[in-house]
Write a new protein. Structure first.
Length: 452
């Protein structure tokens, strides 16, 4: 507390010398540990959780070591995690919270961490204008606390099965709802729940299943990030997905994550990396037939087409088309982002043929793709239609092509023009010869892309 202003001073650095001086004074004067903790809070402005550690003279790494002794060596903790807890940027999972109680020989009041049971009254609307979203959020936090109490240090198989089903449900919902904010919010909420459970010491089978959930959900987040043009975040989430998938040791899941990474590299304009990662996915599925094998070949076809290697592109497309019918994992999975669908096979072929300038083959593939897409899909059908517009321009129907592209954009919901669609529309404008870009339709399309 600043005695001149009566306001709390900014917290000192965790490495400041005053905590060492206070520990020395406490030793000399015989202060109890609780008094030292209180003094560090008052003099240095640290949180009670950080003061508990500093009162003992521990570094963040020291605390991580002790936490791992309690939680098990497989616990994924780092000094930066401790820092986020101590500064209130992140809350410890229930298992980590119990470990902190054990290490510091205290309770919730002793660390003053921002995890408290939600009183029943907090679920009662304050009045007729209460925000239902806030009420539901409070209820969700209460449910987590109840689940944590019931599960203690174990997780029921029913909970694991539920999360596996939820991950698959998100894969299906992605096809129709990937543009809705609530989809991403639910995705993050379920991912957080899986992470909190995985933070416990679990039997190998349960941890593996939770890693399946995390890999699928993190992969879906990366796909949404790609759609929005946030490629750095997409790469980071793919890294998370790969860590989880590798821990499962499931070749098909690892291949799915690899194909998502390859598509991301393709959108980044890096066909070399896209080819390398797609080839890795194909290798992973050689002994485990999957439609992801066809997806890997289709990606390699797209990358070859981008670089102008027509022979390699056509060979890869033949491999994709030959592999797809022989793979057993498609029909029963339904229309989901967790596999490679027939509509996507034709879509990828359309993209490859379009980049090769083979407009006749591209348009045939586009017709097949549009006929195969599931009901309610918007993203892939819009991309295919924009490929159709580009083919029309290349074939000489400039006015018809740019008008078709403009119609595709305007027919989409007002809140649904993600970066991936606008970039594809921009390729239609780029296909118009420079001397013809003053055509009214081309100018109008450019204005729609620019949001004017």
């Amino acid at each position: 507390m600043n005695t001149l202003t009566g306001q709390m001073s900014m917290p000192h650095s965790p490495r400041c010398r005053c905590t060492a001086a206070l520990r020395a004074q406490a030793t000399t004067d015989g202060w109890p540990l609780t008094a030292l903790v209180d003094t560090i809070i008052q003099r240095c402005g640290h949180s009670r959780l950080r003061a508990q550690r500093l009162a003992r003279g521990w570094t963040s790494s020291d605390l991580v070591g002790r936490l791992r002794q309690v939680l098990g060596a497989g616990s994924r903790l780092a000094a930066t995690t401790v820092s986020r807890w101590e500064t209130g940027k992140e809350r410890p999972s229930p298992a980590s919270l119990q470990a902190l109680f054990t290490i510091y020989d205290t309770d919730l009041a002793g660390i003053d961490c921002d995890i408290r049971p939600i009183a029943a009254t907090s679920l009662t609307p304050a009045g007729p204008t209460a925000d239902n979203a806030d009420v539901l959020a409070a209820a969700d936090e209460l449910r987590r606390n109840v689940d944590a109490t019931l599960s203690a240090t174990t997780v029921s198989d029913a909970t694991i099965d539920h999360l596996l089903q939820v991950a698959d449900q998100h894969g299906r919902l992605y096809k129709t709802d990937n543009h809705r904010p609530v989809f991403l919010a639910d995705l993050f909420a379920d991912l957080e729940e899986a992470w909190r459970l995985a933070d416990r010491k679990l039997p190998t089978g349960q941890r593996r299943d939770l890693c399946v959930v995390i890999a699928k959900l993190a992969g879906l987040v990366s796909m949404v990030a790609v759609n929005q043009g946030r490629y750095r975040q997409a790469r980071q989430w793919l890294h998370t997905a790969r860590l989880a998938a590798d821990e499962t040791a499931q070749p098909v899941l690892r291949a799915w994550v690899a194909t998502r990474a390859a598509v991301t590299a393709l959108h980044l304009g890096d066909p070399v990396t896209a080819t390398t990662v797609a080839a890795e996915a194909e290798m992973l599925t050689r002994r485990h037939p999957s439609r992801l094998s066809a997806m890997a070949w289709a990606i390699m076809a797209r990358t070859a087409a981008v670089t102008g290697d027509a022979d390699t592109a056509r060979h890869a497309l033949q491999q994709a088309q030959h592999t797809f019918p022989a793979c057993p994992d498609g029909p029963e999975m339904g229309n989901t982002a967790n596999t490679f669908t027939l509509g996507q096979l034709h879509f990828y072929a359309s993209d490859a043929y379009t980049n090769l300038g083979d407009t006749r083959a591209a348009m045939q593939a586009q017709d097949q793709a549009l006929a195969a897409f599931g009901p309610g899909e918007m993203l892939d059908p819009a991309l295919v239609q924009l490929d159709r517009a580009r083919c029309m321009v290349v074939a000489g129907d400039i006015g018809g092509g740019v008008t078709h592209a403009q119609t595709v954009l305007l027919d989409l919901p007002a809140d649904y023009r993600p970066a991936i669609i606008l970039r594809r529309a921009a390729t239609v404008v780029a296909s118009v010869p420079a001397q013809r870009r003053t055509v009214t339709a081309a100018r109008d399309l450019h204005a729609v892309i620019a949001g004017r």
